[in-house]
Ligand binder design. Structure first.
Ligand code: 3HC
Length: 331
């Protein structure tokens, strides 16, 4: 079991781990280049394993922490139907976290270790979930923009070179696309409603636009993992390429809603067809991923409390498993 003595967060991905010959590394890269899937029992470079553990566990943590901003509106959803839909969506996020922890476990890391790394602050989760959900329109904006950005990033992960991750992503993406549509539909309803409702939708877009663009990660020039992850076909597109695709599909959707993207410099380049935009506030991004965003402390405190409150369930499950093991040993 790949638990102790290695940096589970994957820091030092490029660190050499002894015993890997050039022949092994070349043969591995040839499999990647031939678009073969790498499976759990296959030989793989330690750095590839660590990169996957880092990315998949961060992804799983994002799904789990991502339940909190939406959970904030469960008791205040404007109708029973909206509440049922939101509840289903939040349950989907929990499911995504579980498939992803499962995919990471195939790499030899234990779930306990991944959870410990989240709770200690060693492992990251997506920056976006450190922003508050102040109004019902934020639930629409999260579905439309956050799930929209998540799909843009995650569809290519269905073709990731690591088999268990790529297969988990297929189902995740199907569900994310439902999430995106329900968010857009909330925004559409608000935009076709009263002036106050439309203003609420515009305010949610104003607050969630830039953090949604940050979800794709730093600019390519500052993305320390991208080059290697792309060579290994874990990532298929760079952070900036995916961010641009997201902007290009989302601006016309904002136009359709009659909302204004909060960026004075946003304009379509007639030659390339792409939208050009203002510089992202990278200082804000790095503050958020360093633990200093508006809700980082609150999110982690709530996660730690949920973990502590669930201790009795884990103890009961262990006691039950031990009883069953004793019974089958005695039989
Ligand atoms: N939030 C937090 N940390 C981020 C980040 C973000 N938005 N973007 C980048 N980072 C971190 C990276 O993890 C890395 O830190 P580390 O070395 O300590 O791990 C550092 O910033 C440098 O970034 P890189 O571009 O070099 O890192 P990656 O190559 O890993 O690319 C990524 C970052 C694009 C987020 C990539 O990891 C990825 O595609 N991950 C899988 C998808 C994912 O995790 N999505 C999270 C959102 S899931 C979700 O939103 C749920 C849904 O229901 C809405």
């Amino acid at each position: 079991m790949y638990t102790q003595g290695l940096d589970q967060s994957g820091r030092g991905d490029s660190a050499k781990s002894g015993g890997e010959s050039k022949e092994q590394l070349d043969a591995f890269q040839a499999r990647i280049d031939a678009e073969e899937k790498i499976e759990a029992k296959d030989w793989m470079p330690e750095a590839y394993r660590r990169t996957l553990i880092r990315q998949i566990s961060q992804h799983a943590h994002s799904e789990i922490i991502g339940m909190q901003p939406e959970g904030n509106w469960l008791t205040r959803a404007p109708s029973l139907k909206r509440k049922a839909i939101l509840l289903a969506k939040i349950q989907d996020e929990a499911g995504h976290g579980l498939y992803l922890y499962g995919a990471a476990e195939t790499l030899g890391v234990s779930r306990d270790q991944m959870v410990a790394d989240l709770l200690s602050g060693k492992a990251k989760y997506s920056s976006i979930f450190n922003y508050p959900t102040l109004t019902w329109a934020d639930i629409g904006a999260i579905g439309w923009l956050v799930d929209g950005a998540a799909i843009m990033n995650q569809i290519p992960l269905c073709r990731c070179s690591y088999g268990p991750y790529s297969r988990a992503m297929i189902r995740v993406c199907k569900e994310e696309s439902f999430h995106q549509r329900q968010g857009f539909e909330i925004m559409l309803t608000l935009c076709r409603g009263t002036e106050e409702q439309k203003a609420m939708a515009q305010d949610a877009l104003n607050r969630f636009w830039w953090p949604s663009l940050m979800m794709f990660g730093p600019n390519d020039s500052a993305s320390k993992h991208s080059a290697q992850s792309m060579a290994w076909k874990i990532k298929r597109f760079s952070n900036d390429e995916l961010r641009q695709k997201f902007i290009d599909v989302t601006v016309p959707q904002a136009d359709f809603l009659g909302l204004t993207i909060p960026d004075d410099k946003l304009r379509q380049n007639e030659e390339t067809g792409h939208y050009e935009h203002s510089e992202i506030d990278w200082q804000e991004f790095f503050e958020v991923i360093s633990g200093n965003g508006p809700c980082n402390k609150e999110r982690m405190a709530k996660r730690r409390k949920a973990h502590d409150d669930g201790a009795w369930v884990r103890e009961a499950a262990r006691a039950h498993a031990a009883k069953k093991a004793d019974a089958s040993a005695a039989a």
